[in-house]
Every structure is written in C-alpha cells, then in structure tokens.
Design a protein around this ligand. Structure first.
Ligand code: ADP
Ligand code: MG
Length: 602
C-alpha cells in the first residue's frame, strides 16, 4: 500500500482511542477544561451512565466566537505556547487534544460566551463532519458542553462500554476526585435527573473537612489524622487513615500533585512502605494526599491522560513521602493535655483540621484480622525486666489524686487467661494483647538503637559462614556498603559463600546467619530504592527476631506493676497500636459501647 497522510478525522479518531475510553474519560477532560477556565461553579448532568448524554455547565472565562473552531482543532491550546511553558505547566490541560478527540467519537455541542460579548455562540458537531457556522445563543458567561451518543458510530468501541451502573460509578469517581482537587469550587453532580451530590465551596478548614467527608465518607474522615508539613521544597497536606480503617482494596488512595490527580507507582509504593509497619500485609491503607512542588521538578507530559508523572529526583520525593507519612502514623498514644484543652485519647473529638494524634483503634475493622499468636516462644526475662526497670515505680499505679490524670491506656485491673490485660480508662475499658504489644515495644527499641545513632559494631570472634546462591551472594555484595553502615560487616569468601565478621552491638545475641539471610532474601534487585529496601528488610528481620526472642510468652502471669509498666511502655512506643505483623495490640471499649452492649440507656 502506498504511504499517504491520514485524513484529520481519522487522526482524531485514533487520538480519541488514547484519550477517550469511556464516558468517565470524557467527563475528566471536560471538567479539567472547566477548572482551567477558572470556573467557580460547575454543574454536571449525566444520563445512562454518561453513555447517552453528558452535560457540563461552567461559569469560567468562555471561548470567543473566532476561537471556537480552534478549540475543536487538534493541537490547538490556549495553555502553553513554548517549551518553557511545557516545562512548568500549571494547568490541567495543555495537549489540545480533548475536544477534537471527543468530537470525533460523539455528537458534541459547544456553547460559550466571553465577558466582552453580549451573547454566546454555539456549534453543533457531528462526528466526521466539518464544523458548521456558529449560531448566536443567549447564555451567561461561561461554557456549556453537551456530549451525546458516545461511540454511537463506532460499534467496536461501543462494545467495550459496560452496564450503566458501572459507567456511572466511573463517572462518579472521576468527578469526586476532581472535586477533591479544587476545594474552593462548587460542583454539583446529577444522574438521570436526580442530584447525587453537591460539593460546596470550602472556605474554612471545617468546610474542607466537611467537603472531604461528603466526597470520601464520614468514616474515612473520622479515622483520619491530618498532616500539614513542608520540607525539602515539598509541601504535604494529608489525611491519613489510621490502620484500623484499612481496606481490602486500594480504592481509597488519592494523591494529587499541584492539584493534579496522579496514579503513580513510585508514590503508591512510598505510601505502602510508610504503612508497612502498621498494616497487615493483606490490607490497603486509605489516604488523601496533596503534594505541592515546583512544577519544574516533574514532567506530566508522560501519558495522554496525564495521570503518570516523571520526577526529576524521584528518590527525594519517595523518601520525603515515606518518612513524613510513616512518622505521622507512628506517633504514639498521647496523654491528654489538659492545658491545651485537647480531647482525651480515644474520644476522637479533636477539632477538625487539627492534627489528631490520639489513637482510638476501633475494634470493627481489626476484629476481622487473624488474631492468632505464635505459641511456644520463649520469654527472655532479662529483656522484659530491663524494659520495666526504665519505668519509675511511682508512675505505675493509680495515683491517689484525681482520675483526670489517667493515662490513655488507664490502669490494669486484671489479666485474662494470660493473654490480655484488662484496664480501666477514663472513658471506658481497654483490652491489651500482651504478647503483641510487647513484641512491638521490643522491635521499636531495636530499630531506634540501630537506626538512631551510628551503629556500634562488634567483631565476631569466629566469623559466621553463610552459604548462598551465587546470584544472592552477588546481590548481597553490591549492598555491602549499606550493610556496613548498619554495623554489619560482611565479606565474600567464595562464589557461593559470605562471611559475617562483625555485627551491631544491639544484635549481639541474635542468630546472625538467619538475620543476614532474611535481609538478603528481602533485598531484591538493586534500584533507586536501595537504602530504603535494606532498611525495610532489616526492620522485617528485626520484627521476626523480636517475635521469637524478646517477647512475653502468651500465658505468662504478670503482676499489677508489670502490667502497668507494659501499658505505660505501649503509650510511649511509636506504632504501638499494631504488633509487628500489623495486628492490633489493643482495643478500646468505651462506656458508650459497653452501654450499647447491655442496652443500657444513659
Ligand atoms: P487543552 O485543554 O489541552 O488545551 P482541549 O482540547 O481540552 O485542550 O481544549 C482546547 C482549548 O479550548 C483550551 O486550550 C481552551 O482554550 C479551550 N476550552 C476548552 N474548554 C473550555 C472551557 N470549558 N472554558 C473555556 N475554554 C475552554
Ligand atoms: Mg483540556
């Protein structure tokens, strides 16, 4: 076949294949345009999941009559003019592809009016036909776009559309997501003639909180702690669901960079790593995250839907996000601060928009997790005793004074079957899984000592030999400098053999071969995330160690001093709401919950 240039209609249809997959992708493009046009108010109307009709009405700047044709032309855009603009793009759109692509696969009516005109102009396009003359139309300043019968003329694409309910749920998700990204705009959503939701413009932090609750659910907001943080030229605002609100799917994970929704592998894995320590591996964290950074630091021109990005310094962004999120969710239980009037731990009444570090791990979500503990682990009485020794005896028991100084986890009343501690708190009761809690305490101690200062290493009198697969040994060898930073000195002695020559002092009593083997196994192929992977591998290995060698054996009787010491220790330990395997370490039963159980009206 001879080479020939494709007709523009066919080019647009091909481009539409990338940009327009389903009604939700049309809605995304049109909403982005309305947002870019500065609209303060956007009304969306969909019929039959958007397959029959989608209409978006905005009060933005509008399009002048003589630019209507250009707006519908491929690669015509008002948003960038040069390569410099592209490098620092601040609008959601910039490719000038959406309108012509949509017009190639659906009937599109575009009506628009700019402020300097007395009326608007409207054109009605049919796929494959040239643009007709614009006709005058009475309308307020802004743009009204109607898209009808999507893929009507393209049976091959129409077949990929799903049931109305499915298409509707995609539309709904896209609109909620964009509504999250522009809190100061009023967005209203209707489907089949009925209003579905209305996100009102938010001016105060309370409004913003309410808006997020209406878009992502009350429950999410109730379980989320807020984080507002800036560092290394990156701004971070986040709502992070506590581990008890984890999900089976990653459906409540929203990340925005400079107002643009992004679904990026790197960011998702940074967040997964941040939660790894407190979440059971089968659960997904829930979060809403807004990042701000210099647009020059990232490239959004990677994919036509603009949901993927490339970072100039991906490792910095990864580390920033992982560190700040993991620190926020690691914040230990805090004793109620009466001076600042903060709500007592567990009451969940922190003022909206304020960081709320007090932890109330509700039982419902966690109760579904497997709560079997490994049996037969031995107690190293010395390590337990060492922990208790740090606590002043005076702190341990019920003070003679008032109860309003009661610590968050209260005072121990009894031990149940050698497994749980029952404790009375200011607002109810708490049940603590002794073994799980102690495991976490030991792990955090180890981690702090290991990562905290330059690891002090101690040479082994007899080096420990380790036999490995050649590939594993290669991989380990590449990571020798990292191991060394942690005080682990290794040497390659043969193709299939390593030698451990020195170990960090804190780990002196551990099984070194098992530890190093675990870490190497976890290490995987080397990439940008080396250090982090190694740290993770070490933390996991330490977790296993803590579980095996340092923790209170289920079934051991503790006296009241020991129980209270454990409770105080849990309060001071980061991430103490979960054991090393992501299971809850304690649950709270408020008086309200108890009253409900007994149907006692108060
Ligand atoms: P892009 O958004 O990438 O520029 P589009 O095809 O989506 O490309 O839109 C083309 C142009 O049409 C935009 O650059 C903008 O000037 C104009 N436009 C589209 N939608 C609107 C709108 N709702 N209000 C004002 N101008 C719009
Ligand atoms: Mg656009």
């Amino acid at each position: 076949m001879a080479i020939r240039a494709l007709p523009s209609h066919l080019i647009n249809q091909i481009a539409a294949g990338e940009v327009v997959e389903r009604p939700a992708s049309v809605l995304k493009e049109l909403l982005e345009n309305a947002i870019d046009a500065g609209a303060g108010r956007i009304d969306i109307e969909a019929e039959a999941g958007g397959m029959a009709r989608l209409r978006i009405v905005d009060n933005g700047c509008g399009i002048a009559r003589d630019e209507l044709a250009l707006a519908l032309t491929r690669h015509a855009t008002s948003k960038i003019a040069s390569l410099d603009d592209l490098e620092a793009v601040g609008t959601l759109g910039f490719r000038g592809e959406a309108l012509p692509s949509i017009a190639a696969v659906a009937e599109l009516t575009l009506a628009s009016r700019v402020a300097t005109d007395e009326h608007g102009w409207s054109v009605q396009m049919q796929p494959g036909e040239p643009m007709p003359q614009a006709r005058p139309q009475a309308m307020p300043v802004g743009t009204h776009i109607t898209v009808e019968r999507l893929f009507h003329q393209i049976p091959a694409r129409r077949r990929f559309l799903r049931a109305e309910r499915t298409e509707w749920s995609h539309l709904d998700a896209v609109a909620r997501r964009l509504a999250l990204s522009v809190p100061e705009r009023d967005i209203r959503m209707r489907h089949n003639g009925r209003e579905q939701w209305h996100a009102r413009a938010a001016c105060t932090p309370e409004d913003a909180q309410r808006r997020i609750a209406s878009l992502l659910g009350e429950e999410f907001v109730e379980h989320a702690l807020c984080l507002d943080y800036e560092g290394q030229g990156i701004g971070l605002q986040a709502w992070l669901a506590r581990p008890a609100f984890s999900r089976s799917q990653g459906d409540l994970q929203h990340v925005f960079i400079n107002g643009r929704y992004i679904r990026d592998r790197l960011l998702i894995s940074a967040l997964k790593a941040a939660y790894a320590d407190v979440l059971h591996y089968s659960r997904q964290p829930a979060y809403l995250i807004f990042l701000r950074m210099d647009p020059r630091e990232l490239d959004v021109n990677v994919h036509p839907t603009k949901q993927e990005v490339r970072f100039r310094d991906s490792r910095r962004v990864f580390e920033f996000l992982r560190r700040s999120v993991s620190q926020a969710i690691a914040a230990p239980v805090q004793v109620a601060d009466s001076a600042s009037g903060a709500a007592p731990a567990g009451s969940g009444q922190a003022p909206p928009g304020e960081p709320n570090w007090s932890i109330a791990e509700g039982p419902p979500a966690s109760a579904s997790l497997p709560v079997r503990r490994p049996l037969g682990v031995s107690l190293r009485a010395d390590s337990a005793a060492a922990l208790y020794a740090e606590v002043q005896p005076a702190q341990l028991d019920m003070p003679s004074g008032t109860v309003d100084q009661a610590p968050p986890l209260g005072f121990a009343l009894a031990q149940i079957h050698g497994v749980y501690i029952l404790s009375q708190t200011e607002t109810g009761a708490v049940l603590v899984d002794m073994h799980a809690a102690h495991e976490r305490i030991v792990l955090e101690e180890l981690k702090q000592r290991l990562h905290g200062q330059q690891a002090v290493s101690q040479p082994l009198l007899l080096p420990v030999e380790l036999r490995l697969q050649p590939a594993e040994a290669d991989r380990a060898e590449e990571a020798f400098p990292l191991f060394e930073r942690l005080g682990l000195e290794l040497r390659r002695t043969a193709v299939e053999q390593l030698e451990i020559r020195a170990v960090p002092v804190v780990l002196a009593n551990f099984d070194h071969a098992a530890l190093v083997r675990d870490m190497i196994g976890d290490l995987g192929a080397a990439d940008v995330l080396d250090t982090h992977r190694l740290e993770c591998a070490i933390d996991r290995a330490l977790g296993n160690m803590a579980c095996k060698s340092g923790s209170i054996k289920a079934g051991r009787q503790l006296d009241r001093h020991e129980m209270n010491a454990l409770l105080r220790q849990v309060e001071r330990t980061p991430r103490s709401g979960q054991c090393n395997h992501g299971r809850p370490t304690w649950v709270e039963l408020s008086m309200d919950a108890l009253d409900k159980l007994f149907m006692r009206g108060r």
